[in-house]
Design a protein around this ligand. Structure first.
Ligand code: B1M
Length: 214
């Protein structure tokens, strides 16, 4: 079994310490960080997702796998964050109210940091008003909301409505994302941008802030 496959297998078994050690070993052996992320960590997470869907594993197994994923990401983070980007702006980010999924959001955070953003990460289960309050407090350029559940997506709309009510809608760029979110949903709720993955989220956020300032 290759080192990358071993990372995926250990992640699926929720062996966080082993995942950390193997990711470090892979970096020491000069493997490409993106390959470690995509073929190792994300491959393992997707496999667990499929097993969960098919009732082959249950929430506790998914939870330990997610912890192993975040453990691996913590080792990989410095390598994934590209250096050299000029500071571009401030981003407030979080997973919406009622939603505890944070792996995708954490990846978006890493890529935004790499794109030169100062990050205010509100974590998970974030009330709509909290995004706005934080954006006001720190003078943010962009509000980023992540949702993984179809049942929590409407919270994004609530945040946009509250921005309107507080006469702040034009002040902030609003970007939404997460597995069940798509372009048509983003348009329907009046978000400025939908992006499908962490890399495009960072690229789009950077371009959007530059465009707004121009
Ligand atoms: Co949950 N879960 N989960 N889960 N879970 C899903 C999402 C699900 C699709 C599984 C399934 O049934 N097939 C399903 C949702 C169904 C639906 O709504 N349509 C589901 C369910 C039902 C649930 C519970 C209700 C289960 C239960 O309790 N019975 C429960 C809900 C808890 C809650 O949130 N209130 C629950 C719980 C959990 C755990 C806590 C055990 C764990 C989360 C742990 C954690 O995150 N710390 C968990 C996990 C891990 C998953 C799966 C298996 C994996 C999600 C993940 O991390 N993917 C997931 C199945 C799946 O997705 N295949 C599933 C990897 C991650 C990198 O991808 O988050 O999509 P993703 O992020 C991507 C893009 O979407 C994008 O960039 C990222 C990478 O490039 N992106 C953005 C994300 N946010 C973005 C924001 C942006 C832009 C791009 O701009 C702002």
């Amino acid at each position: 079994m290759s080192l990358i496959q071993e990372i995926s297998e250990c992640l699926q078994k929720g062996k966080a310490k082993n995942v950390k050690a193997l990711v470090q070993q892979a970096l020491d052996e000069n493997l490409d960080p993106k390959e470690i992320l995509n073929e190792g960590l994300l491959d393992g997470m997707m496999a667990i997702g499929t097993k969960f869907k098919n009732n082959e594993v249950f929430v506790p197994e998914v939870l330990v796998a997610a912890r192993a994923m975040n453990a691996g990401l913590s080792i990989l983070e410095p390598k994934l964050i590209e250096v050299g980007n000029e500071p571009v702006g401030k981003a407030v980010i979080g997973t919406v109210k009622g939603d505890l999924h944070d792996i995708g959001k954490n990846l978006v955070v890493m890529m935004l940091k790499g794109a030169g953003f100062e990050i205010y990460d509100l974590g998970v289960d974030v009330e709509p008003a909290k995004y706005i309050d934080k954006a006001e407090e720190v003078g943010a350029d962009i509000i980023c909301m992540s949702a993984l559940l179809t049942t929590t997506m409407p919270s994004m709309k609530d945040c946009l409505e509250q921005l309107e009510e507080r006469n702040l809608r034009d002040k902030y760029i609003v970007m939404v994302g997460g597995a069940p979110v798509n372009e048509s949903f983003a348009q329907k709720i009046g978000a400025d941008y939908y992006t499908p993955d962490a890399a495009s989220a960072a690229e789009t956020a950077r371009e959007a802030v530059m465009k707004k300032r121009a």
